[in-house]
Design a protein around this ligand. Structure first.
Ligand SMILES: Cc1ncc(COP(=O)(O)O)c(C=O)c1O
Length: 366
């Protein structure tokens, strides 16, 4: 039985091996490993790709969010609105700077922050909103901007799952005051270790993040502000430069595979992802009322899947003191019981998608 994994990073490496091996040789020969010419070149190329003026390479997506908040001076005694259905990192980044996360329920179509609920959670302490382009699906930004403008809030995009996604023909990351990306290896644009970036059109925020990511140094060993250590290294930047060249082709392939899934699953009782031209399908997420049984059935047939996310943050042991009891975020809670992420990655074949869909159809016909 052929196993179908949820992702195959070995295959991706093999498909671009000579380009990557050249990077390893170049960086190792040069002998400079932190914040050097590869990082500067990547920052320039990634900013251009996103359509923004500045990109700053940092050590992870979580710290990219944390640094973006620090640059906006959002911290102690402040509140930040975040979707309740997201990676725990979105919430932990808010708390790392001392701010309080305000969890907002999601809309049932895109699983992203429901802007119609924002007025209910706003207080005098609310300083920012973090829309998360979850699963690669761009958030409907217009109503969020309207709300942010009316209430003088920063918009900090979490683009960790949405490299290359666009809303109204502008890339995500170019909409907010500032935005964060993760380059965790499984992302649409992934390094071979941890990595992240902050992007912005605002030169003041960009300069602050540049200082903050390295001890607040304005020059070597002189801190003009208090910062942290969150640097991108040369090897990761070199790898990301190579992969950035392939990102549009890889995202197009993900869209093609998503279309095929849609076609083959159209007659079933599954809830499929909403159609969205700017989606980059970091995940292809379906919903099924008997999700766990379906997942087990697929696993027995060698088809691997994931659940993003099985327990909402507010119901996890570490976060019960956030103050959101069970039942308080109903759409988030329902979605986490029903979602299932099917395999999707550029190296997946049409034949494999066919096998996944056939197994789902067999499950439904039982
Ligand atoms: C939506 C979201 N935000 C933030 C992060 C944090 O990124 P990292 O793992 O690079 O810290 C992730 C990555 O898992 C993510 O998916």
């Amino acid at each position: 039985m052929e196993e179908i994994p949820v992702i195959d990073l070995k295959k991706q490496y093999q498909s671009i091996r000579p380009e990557l091996d050249a990077v390893f040789a170049r960086v190792l020969e040069k002998g400079s490993f932190i914040l050097g010419s590869e990082v500067s070149a990547f920052e320039k190329e990634f900013a251009e790709y996103c359509g923004v003026a500045h990109a700053i390479g940092v050590a992870s997506g979580t710290e990219a969010l944390q640094l973006a908040l620090m640059a906006c001076e959002v911290g102690k005694n402040d509140e930040v609105a975040v979707p309740a259905h997201t990676a725990v990192a979105t919430v932990s980044a808010v708390e790392a700077g001392g701010a309080r996360p305000l969890l907002v329920d999601i809309d049932s179509a895109n699983y992203t922050l429901d802007p119609s609920l924002l007025h209910r959670i706003l207080t005098a302490r609310t300083r920012a909103i973090i829309p998360v382009h979850l699963y690669g699906c761009p958030v409907e930004m217009e109503p969020i901007f309207q709300f942010a403008r009316d209430n003088h809030l920063f918009v900090i995009e979490d683009c960790s799952q949405a490299h290359g996604a666009s809303y109204r023909n502008r890339k995500v990351g170019a909409w907010g005051d500032i935005a964060a990306f993760s380059f965790y290896p499984t992302k649409n644009l992934g390094a071979f270790g941890d990595g992240g970036a902050v992007v912005t059109n605002n030169p003041v925020l960009a300069e602050k993040v540049r200082l903050l990511r390295q001890y607040g140094w304005s020059e070597h060993y002189i801190s003009s502000i208090r910062g942290i250590n969150s640097r991108l290294d040369e090897l990761q930047a070199g790898i990301l430069r190579v992969k950035l060249h392939h990102l549009d082709v890889w995202n197009a392939r993900r869209r093609q595979l998503a279309d095929l899934y849609r076609e083959l699953l159209s007659g079933t009782d599954l809830v499929l992802p909403a159609q969205n031209a700017g989606h980059v399908y970091h995940q292809f997420v379906i919903r099924h009322p008997r999700r766990d049984a379906l997942r087990e059935y697929l696993k027995e047939r060698g088809i691997h899947t994931l659940v993003h996310y099985p327990v909402p943050i507010h119901l996890q042991p570490a976060y019960t003191d956030l103050g959101y009891p069970a039942g308080s975020l109903p759409m988030t809670e329902r979605v986490s019981r029903e979602v299932l992420s099917l395999p999707i990655y550029p190296e997946l074949t049409e034949e494999m998608v066919g096998l996944v869909c056939q197994a789902i159809l067999d499950f439904s016909a039982q």
